[in-house]
Design a protein. Structure first.
Length: 209
């Protein structure tokens, strides 16, 4: 999932865009065990309901949807900052599960960047493939917390992305990307607070930058 830059109109349109190309870690072989002639040791049964991160051995399982922080329910400078982290955590959740429903509930349908980020991901999971890594993280954040005439706030941020890999249904690695550190590109998250909740109107590189 490398980040492709797109210019945003001053108040919503276009996109920042992200696509995928992937990376992960190779699973180390399980240690062999030998049983003595007089006794055998029983291996503990894995807890099938326990959250398990994705690895080269298989997709993530039982990953809970990130919980909305109390701070992110407030129309304050601190609330918008908490929401920005939360929104990105939902994007990461979609990437490792194929389920973008939670983040789409908090995003205007016209966000083209968001569609680009999600493109092809659910289809990979439907084919029993999966992804490892690729976490997006806000590295720098700045916000004067001044809404425009439409009630839209425009916090600025730089974003890094971890290395990632893609696997098909047979467990074969089919693509990879080494990720990237946060660069000089600054992204804007157009956000509005409506009916007691923050919502993302668009996300991308400001026009003219």
């Amino acid at each position: 999932m490398t980040l492709k830059l797109h210019r945003l109109a001053p108040i919503a349109a276009a996109s920042l865009a992200a696509l995928l190309a992937l990376t992960a870690c190779q699973g180390s072989p399980a240690p062999s065990s030998s049983a003595s002639p007089s006794a055998t040791s029983a291996s503990p049964t894995p807890d099938a309901s326990k959250p398990t991160p994705a690895s080269s051995n298989g997709p993530a399982r039982n990953i809970p949807v990130p919980e909305l922080p109390e701070a992110a329910t407030k129309e304050t400078k601190e609330g918008l900052r908490a929401f920005a982290d939360y929104w990105l955590s939902l994007m990461n959740y979609g990437f490792i599960t194929g389920d973008y429903g939670p983040v789409n509930k908090l995003t205007v349908p016209g966000c083209k960047t968001c569609k680009n980020v999600q493109e092809g991901i659910p289809e990979t999971y439907k084919k029993n493939g999966w992804f490892v890594g690729g976490e997006l993280k806000i590295e720098k954040y700045s916000d004067k917390f001044q809404a425009d005439i439409n009630g839209t706030y425009s916090p600025l941020m730089t974003v890094s992305q971890g290395a990632m890999r893609e696997y098909d249904s047979t467990g074969k690695q089919v693509s990879q990307n080494e990720g990237h550190a946060a660069g000089d590109d600054v992204f804007v998250m157009y956000s509005r607070f409506k009916n007691g909740s923050w919502i993302v109107a668009d996300f991308g590189v400001p026009s003219g930058s």
